[in-house]
Ligand binder design. Structure first.
Ligand code: ATP
Length: 241
């Protein structure tokens, strides 16, 4: 079943056209990646879907219900959840407080269970619950950002560069969790600079260039595509390099 359906999405910043009519969909339980060079419009797409930027045109449906143009807090209530680039955790709040903020739209009675679930997914956060988030390592901060996203009980979880700046082994842990999240039935839309890893985790992908989708296909098709290999996997670079 389609969880997220986007048609003709256009995002502009004044005269700059960052996204030029993007069509994409993500099914429930599916992990889909958006590939593209710096400035291709990947973050603009996610930020717009999350309600942080209003679309200039296009439609967005979550489980068949239109949500395009809603402000971010209303999008979050509908359980389309963004884990933003750079994590954006609240350094001066504790880990627990950060997680609880992620559950802001859930009934009070669900929060203890939701916290317990996040700690099952990320046991490393357990001893740090009372610590200020700013004292966590980069990997722990990414776990916290993902955990905060899970606190919202997402239907669709959008991840913007979750492995950025992480050591390869820590990135491995994060990718394993992303796969588990999709396997649990959540639709995952992943933007990731490590194209090789993104195509290992995702079932399908879209290639975005200058705001347009120029190629789409299964991860296997994209891994074997000459343009993808030259432009995004080139120079013999592969995993974790
Ligand atoms: P990156 O990997 O560098 O984050 P990206 O694919 O996510 O790249 P975007 O950040 O969406 O790309 O940027 C797409 C285009 O929109 C770029 O030309 C960028 O300079 C421009 N842009 C992004 N955000 C803004 C903004 N707030 N104001 C003006 N222009 C912006």
């Amino acid at each position: 079943m389609t969880a997220l359906e986007v048609r003709g999405l256009v995002v502009t910043y004044g005269a700059i056209r960052a996204v030029e009519g993007v069509d994409l969909h993500v099914d429930e339980g599916e992990c889909v990646t958006i590939l593209g060079a710096n400035g291709a419009g990947k973050s603009s797409t996610l930020n717009c879907l999350a309600g942080l930027v209003r679309p200039a045109s296009g439609t967005v449906e979550l489980d068949g219900n239109p949500i395009g143009g809603l402000p971010a807090h209303q999008v979050a209530r509908r359980r389309l959840t963004l884990v933003p680039e750079g994590r954006q955790i609240f350094s001066a709040l504790t880990v627990r407080e950060n997680l609880l903020l992620g559950g802001f739209c859930r009934p009070q009675g669900e929060l203890d269970g939701a916290l317990a679930h996040v700690l099952e997914v990320f046991p490393a956060l357990s001893p740090r619950m009372g610590s200020l988030a700013g004292t966590l390592s980069g990997g722990e901060q990414q776990m916290l950002a993902l955990g905060r996203g899970l606190m919202a009980a997402p239907r669709v979880l959008m991840l913007d560069e979750p492995s950025l700046g992480l050591a390869p082994l820590v990135a491995d842990q994060i990718f394993a969790v992303i796969q588990e999240i999709a396997a649990s039935g959540i639709a995952v839309l992943l933007v990731e600079q490590n194209v090789h890893r993104a195509l290992q985790v995702a079932a399908r992908g879209y290639v975005l260039e200058l705001g347009r989708i120029v190629l789409e296909g299964s991860a296997t098709q994209l891994l074997g595509d000459d343009h993808v290999r030259m432009a995004y996997l080139g120079h013999g670079l592969g995993d974790d390099e």
